[in-house]
Design a protein around this ligand. Structure first.
Ligand SMILES: CCC1=C(C)/C(=C/C2=NC(=C\c3[nH]c(/C=C4\NC(=O)[C@H](C)[C@H]4CC)c(C)c3CCC(=O)O)/C(CCC(=O)O)=C2C)NC1=O
Length: 161
């Protein structure tokens, strides 16, 4: 896993250089939003179950996936879906704190599309639910932190698509 700091240091190290102006600008931007990131992570963790629940209500409830024959139908599959959404929320929060998406590649997206395809989990509905979490989260943490979280929700969606 990388974060905004190791990303900048690694790329300077590869060139055998001290941090240049643009590297320092990236670090400055990261540090200046540190307080915002920590506050957002704390709000999200205190409200995680509610965020998932509201996103499901907005996107999946009473749709084809929750009806008999749908992929969320039966308690076991419903619970698996809720658990997946909670993974996406938690890992998007980690990535937002790190200011880097690499943790999503390594721990969430690796092999996920193949797993979903083999189990018949509909990617389109999953993306809708993640987009609903993005909206619910932004309304809770405010526009700036919401935008930052949105980067990582979108990253998960494009990794699934
Ligand atoms: C931390 C990284 C990580 C991820 C991301 C993860 C996802 C993941 N979701 C799974 C299943 C599943 N995922 C869903 C999800 C859904 N079905 C729908 O219709 C909805 C649209 C959607 C929720 C948004 C369902 C229903 C299953 C169970 C499918 C089945 O067993 O038939 C499975 C198969 C094994 C299992 O059932 O636990 C994995 C590995 N596991 C991990 O360790």
């Amino acid at each position: 896993m990388q974060d905004a700091i190791t990303a900048v240091i690694n790329s300077s190290d590869v060139q055998g250089k001290y941090l240049d102006g643009s590297a320092l600008e990236k670090l400055k931007a990261y540090f200046s939003t540190g307080e915002l990131r920590v506050r957002a992570a704390s709000t999200i963790s205190a409200n995680a179950a509610g965020i998932v629940k509201e996103a499901v209500a907005k996107s999946l409830l009473y749709s084809d996936v929750t009806r008999p024959g749908g992929n969320m139908y039966t308690t076991r599959r419903y619970a698996a879906c809720i658990r997946d959404l909670d993974y996406y929320l938690r890992y998007a929060t980690y990535a937002m704190l790190a200011g880097d998406a690499s943790i999503l590649d390594e721990r969430v997206l690796n092999g996920l599309k193949e797993t979903y395809n083999s189990l018949g989990v509909p990617v389109g509905s999953t993306v809708q639910a993640i987009q609903a979490m993005k909206e619910v989260t932004a309304s809770l943490v405010g526009a700036d932190a919401g935008k930052e979280m949105g980067v990582y929700f979108d990253y998960i969606c494009s990794g699934l698509s």
